[in-house]
Write a protein that binds this ligand. Structure first.
Ligand code: NAD
Length: 271
């Protein structure tokens, strides 16, 4: 018996087999959940449908989270199909490429609105519709990044959006806690995906992360998927409003340790 056996969940944000959402989908499917997916536009439809079919998804429907009418229609389809919902995974972000390199101070008003709308407000909008279909035991998880709480070069306006997303996670946990619904965020280490390719110098960011991480490596989409499945499951029934790091321990460090401890300077002479 998997830890999500018998549960029905929506996973928003699969673009292709490299997506973090796809790592989450694989883990949730393995743990026994029935899944529904969205796709953004016809170009991605061609990629998402075969993936969803490969794990016998219950449905795959279009959804642009920038459009309230589409969000209503998507959740109406989920309700018609299942009648209820056990979990929601929000793995969606977008910012114009120009705002993900160079000076943060040059962020335009329009780029700020777009990044915050698609990457943070959309979680609130989807959580509201999802919660209507959930009862006690319902769970939601969204995907964040360290740039929410640290100034990471080039992450720029997306860091502000992730800060809003993490704060939204706490306020949603406050709102939905009395209904027995839990809301958490995962802060994932860098993983090479379509969205990540928009961040300037992403390759360097990955190298730096691998050097500075306690495990001296980057994480995989499956590791994020497994942690998400746990947070969605009843094993995490006492956990809400948290930002859970899945980053091989990078966030607890003081930066690039540079050299392994055995080589790091000389100990004071023994007296
Ligand atoms: P990805 O490109 O595979 O996924 C991003 C998804 O957002 C895509 O499926 C895309 O279609 C969707 N999306 C964008 N605009 C949308 C809209 N208007 N409506 C509906 N969907 C929309 O990349 P990913 O790295 O898997 O990103 C998933 C989440 O993980 C994002 O929130 C991202 O910020 C976060 N994250 C990524 C990393 C990383 O290094 N890749 C690290 C930490 C957090």
């Amino acid at each position: 018996m998997g830890i999500l056996q018998g549960k029905k969940g929506l996973i928003l944000g699969v673009a292709n087999e490299k997506s973090i959402a796809w790592g989450v989908a694989r883990a949730c499917h393995r743990e026994g959940a029935e899944l529904g997916f969205n796709f953004l536009g016809d170009a991605l439809k061609k990629r998402v449908i075969p993936l969803a079919d490969s794990i016998r998804a219950s449905f795959v429907e279009p959804l642009d989270v920038g459009d309230d009418a589409q969000i209503d229609a998507f959740f109406a389809k989920a309700e018609a199909r299942w009648g209820r919902l056990d979990f929601l995974v929000h793995s969606i972000a977008f910012a114009n490429r120009e705002s993900l390199s160079g000076h943060f101070r040059d962020t335009s008003r329009a780029d700020f609105h777009l990044a915050l709308d698609i990457s943070a407000y959309s979680f609130i909008a989807c959580a509201r519709r999802a919660a209507r279909l959930m009862g006690p035991g319902g769970a939601m998880v969204t995907m964040s990044y360290l740039g929410a709480v640290r100034a990471v070069p080039n992450y720029n306006v997306m860091g502000v959006a992730k800060a809003a997303l993490e704060a939204s996670t706490r306020y949603l946990a406050l709102d939905l806690g009395p209904e027995g619904i839990r809301v958490n965020a995962i802060s994932a280490g860098p993983i090479r995906t379509l969205a990540a390719s928009g961040v300037g110098d992403f390759r360097k960011l990955m190298e730096k992360n691998a050097r500075g991480a306690m495990l001296r490596r980057n994480v995989t989409q499956d590791e994020v998927g497994n942690a998400t499945a746990y947070l969605l499951s009843d094993w995490a029934s006492g956990i809400t409003g948290e930002v859970h790091y899945v980053d091989a321990g990078f966030n607890i460090g003081g930066g690039d340790p540079g050299v392994e401890p055995s080589q790091s300077g000389s100990a004071p002479p023994a007296s």
